[in-house]
Design a protein around this ligand. Structure first.
Ligand SMILES: Cc1cc2nc3c(=O)[nH]c(=O)nc-3n(C[C@H](O)[C@H](O)[C@H](O)COP(=O)(O)OP(=O)(O)OC[C@H]3O[C@@H](n4cnc5c(N)ncnc54)[C@H](O)[C@@H]3O)c2cc1C
Ligand code: SF4
Ligand code: SF4
Ligand code: SF4
Length: 356
C-alpha cells in the first residue's frame, strides 16, 4: 500500500496529495493529536505518482533573492483590524481591484480554521494559530486562474509550497507566505472551543487583539455575550502556543526557516522595528515584507500609495522563525500530546498543567 510518509514529521498536512490524486484515493484523517494526515485507499490507488509530485515534503523549494521592507498601512482602522501592519490587506486590495480573488484562512461557523477563496477578504484578517484546512480551495483557485483572473494565495510556507507545486509559476498567481513558527492542532482547538462555549455560545475570538497598543499581544473572545480580554502572559492557550507544545510534528523540523524562499512575498510581524524605524515603535504593529519577484516589487510600489513603506536591511528583518524551527521540551510535548485530547483529562486540568 502507498504510504505518503514514513514519519509524521515528513507530512505538513497541506492536502495537496488529496487535491492532485486523479483517482480520489487520498482522504485526510485526524490522528490522536487532532492533526489531519493523508490515508491512501489501496483499492482506488493506480500508483500514478501524481501525489508525490505535488508533495512539499518530497520536493525542495527553490530559493530566490529577496528585498526586505517595513510596511504599515496609513488607514488607522485597517491597521487596527490587521495583525501586524496590514500588508495582507494592502496586497489583497490591489488584487481585488484588478478583478482577482484571494485565498486565505477564516473561521467557519464553528470557529474551525478553513481556507476560502473569495473577493471578501475581511474574514481572512488576523492570525489564527491553528492549522487551517484547504478543502476545495486548490480546485477553486484552478478555476479562477483558468478564467484569466488573478489569485493571491496566503498561508503558511508549507501550504504556499504546495500551491507552487500544484500551479507552478502560473500567470496571475501571487503567493504570499507568512513567517511561521508553527500551527496548533485543529482537534485540540475544537476541544478548547467546546470548553469555552460551555458558558454560552462563542461569538468572537481574536488571537491578536490590538486594543492595548501592545503589538497585539492580547487575546479577546466573547462567550454568552460576555467579553474576556487577556494579555498573552495570562492566557493559558497562548502560553501553550508560546511554549511550542501543541505544534504539528513537522513544525519542529520545518524546512522553511530561511528568508529567501521563492515566493512573491513573505509577510510577518516586524519584530525589532524600534531599532531601525523608532517612529513605528508605538505598539500598533508593523509588517515585515520580503519581496521575491519582479511582480512583488511592482506591487510594493503600488501599495506604497496607501502605506508607509521603507526598505530595510536583511539583518534588520531577521527573526528566529526565519532561521531555525521551533523547539520544545520533548518530554513535556509527549505528555501534552497524551493529555490534550484525552477525555479522562478535563480541559481545566490540561490548561492548568501545560498553560501555566
Ligand atoms: C500560524 C501562524 C504563525 C505565525 N508565526 C509568525 C512568526 O513566528 N513570526 C512572524 O513575524 N509572523 C508570524 N505569523 C504572521 C503574522 O502573525 C501575521 O499573520 C502577518 O504578519 C500578517 O499580518 P497582516 O497585518 O499583514 O495581516 P492580517 O490582515 O492580520 O492577515 C492575516 C493573514 O494570515 C493568514 N492566516 C491567518 N491564520 C492562518 C492560518 N492558520 N493558516 C494560514 N494562514 C493564516 C490569512 O489568510 C491572512 O493572509 C504567523 C501567522 C500564523 C497564522
Ligand atoms: S499514486 Fe496516483 S492514484 Fe495513488 S494515491 Fe497517489 S495520486 Fe492517487
Ligand atoms: S505534506 Fe501535504 S502533500 Fe505531502 S503527504 Fe502531507 S498532506 Fe500530502
Ligand atoms: S512551521 Fe513549517 S511545517 Fe509548521 S505550519 Fe509552519 S511552515 Fe508548515
Amino acid at each position: 500500500m502507498r504510504k505518503m510518509f514514513e514519519h509524521k514529521k515528513q507530512c505538513f498536512g497541506c492536502e495537496a496529495c488529496a487535491a492532485a490524486c486523479p483517482a480520489g484515493a487520498v482522504s485526510m484523517r485526524r490522528d490522536a493529536e487532532g492533526f489531519a494526515y493523508p490515508v491512501v485507499s489501496e483499492s482506488l490507488c493506480t500508483d500514478c505518482g501524481a501525489c508525490e509530485e505535488v508533495c512539499p515534503a518530497k520536493q525542495s523549494l527553490s530559493r530566490a533573492p529577496v528585498k526586505a521592507f517595513a510596511v504599515r498601512c496609513t488607514d488607522a482602522s485597517l491597521l487596527y483590524q490587521s495583525t501586524s501592519g496590514g500588508a495582507f490587506s494592502l496586497l489583497a486590495d490591489a488584487v481585488i481591484a484588478e478583478g482577482g480573488a484571494v485565498c486565505g484562512a477564516c473561521f467557519d461557523d464553528a470557529f474551525m480554521v478553513v481556507h476560502r477563496v473569495s473577493s471578501d477578504f475581511a474574514p481572512m484578517r488576523k492570525s489564527k494559530y491553528v492549522q487551517s484546512s484547504l478543502g476545495e480551495c486548490y480546485e477553486e483557485m484552478k478555476q479562477v486562474l483558468r478564467s484569466g483572473r488573478r489569485v493571491l494565495f496566503t498561508g503558511t510556507p508549507c501550504q504556499c509550497h504546495a500551491v507552487r507545486l500544484l500551479f507552478g509559476k502560473a500567470d496571475g498567481l501571487l503567493i504570499a507566505s507568512l513567517v511561521c513558527r508553527g500551527v496548533m492542532s485543529p482537534g485540540f482547538w475544537e476541544r478548547y472551543v467546546g470548553w469555552l462555549s460551555q458558558g454560552g455560545g462563542l461569538t468572537s475570538y481574536c488571537f491578536r487583539d490590538k486594543r492595548r497598543n501592545d503589538d497585539a499581544h492580547t487575546v479577546s473572545y466573547t462567550v454568552g455575550g460576555e467579553e474576556t480580554v487577556r494579555s498573552f502572559l495570562s492566557d493559558p492557550l497562548t502560553r501553550i502556543y508560546a511554549k511550542c507544545l501543541a505544534f504539528r510534528e513537522s513544525c519542529y523540523a520545518c524546512p522553511y526557516c530561511v528568508t529567501d524562499k521563492d515566493f512573491d512575498f513573505t509577510i510577518g510581524d516586524f519584530w525589532g522595528v524600534e531599532k531601525v524605524i523608532p517612529d513605528l515603535a508605538d505598539g500598533r504593529g508593523t509588517s515585515l515584507v520580503l519581496a521575491g519577484s519582479e511582480e512583488a516589487l511592482r506591487m510594493i510600489d503600488r501599495i506604497a500609495e496607501n502605506a508607509f513603506v521603507s526598505e530595510v536591511s536583511a539583518e534588520a528583518a531577521m527573526q528566529e522563525a526565519l532561521h531555525k524551527p521551533a523547539a520544545t521540551n520533548p518530554m513535556l510535548r509527549k505528555l501534552f500530546a497524551r493529555d490534550a485530547l484525552n477525555p479522562a483529562c478535563g480541559m481545566d486540568m490540561v490548561l492548568k498543567k501545560y498553560g501555566c
